[in-house]
Design a protein around this ligand. Structure first.
Ligand code: SAM
Length: 246
């Protein structure tokens, strides 16, 4: 039977043989495509929807948070794109404007490898960087303190395994599996309820933390209308076999 952790865990840190950094090229290629595709949308949203004069106070500080950043080999592109788009927008107001300063917060689980994250940041970065440990289903920042929230390939993670899935006496017992393909409706409903609870908490927290008029980009995997979750069966079978072998 598979080992089922009851709480969500971060990626394996460092750069050793079993680290996320050494074992994520396939996922990263996949994530990178989504992050690249979102670049244009982010540029447009900043150009057309962000009212800089309304959102930035006299301190001229623009704050960005990337939630579920991991160790940073991928979403650094997104952060740089946000800053570049902001600078472009700012320059469009004319040459004599005082440029904003940027503060970027990198969030992940408390046990994420923040040392590797900080080491991976470009030395010529155009922003002040800070790590913010904690679960993004709760509050991480003061009220009305963020101008841009970005999260990619993280929000679909459940914060915990619902206890009904691992309780043999529950109608939603998932028989030791780590996925819901080929499962009973009770199992699917339990996963769905856990996701709903998590995303509601996430959105409630961000609603308080974003300034009025701020922007948020969420990139996450999902199935298009008309495609059944059963299409994921082979992927999850392979993934769980790999975990069992570890
Ligand atoms: C698949 S990685 C994605 C990393 C990066 N955003 C990217 O697009 O390449 C998902 C990350 O989200 C983090 N994560 C998952 N659930 C989280 C939560 N509730 N709070 C904070 N971080 C979380 C994980 O620890 C992991 O580092």
């Amino acid at each position: 039977m598979a080992y089922i952790p009851t709480a969500s865990s971060p990626m394996k840190g460092g750069v050793g043989q079993y680290s996320y950094a050494q074992n994520s090229s396939a996922q990263l290629l996949f994530f990178r495509q989504a992050v690249e595709a979102a670049k244009v949308l982010i540029k447009e949203a900043i150009a057309e929807k962000l009212d800089i004069k309304q959102v930035i106070s006299s301190s001229k500080l623009f704050t960005v948070a990337d939630l579920g950043y991991s160790v940073g080999i991928n979403t650094i592109i997104a952060v740089e794109n946000i800053i570049e788009s902001m600078n472009l927008k700012h320059q469009s107001f004319g040459p004599n404007q005082e440029a904003p300063e940027f503060q970027v917060f990198f969030n992940d689980h408390v046990s994420n490898d923040f040392n590797t994250l900080f080491k991976s940041l470009p030395t010529d970065k155009q922003y002040f960087a800070a790590g913010v440990p904690g679960l993004f289903q709760g509050r991480l920042f003061p009220k009305a303190s963020l101008h841009f929230v970005h999260s990619s390939y993280a929000l679909h993670w459940l914060s915990k395994v619902p206890k009904e899935l691992i309780d043999k006496n529950s109608p939603a017992w998932n028989k030791g599996r780590i996925h819901y393909t080929n499962s009973l409706k009770e199992v699917r409903d339990t996963y769905s309820a856990q996701f709903k609870e998590g995303i509601e908490s996430f959105l409630n927290a961000r609603a308080q933390e974003l300034v009025s008029g701020g922007l948020m980009t969420l990139i996450m995997p999902c199935l298009p209308d008309g495609i059944s979750y059963l299409h994921l069966k082979i992927f999850w079978k392979l993934a769980s076999t790999k975990w069992l072998m570890r």
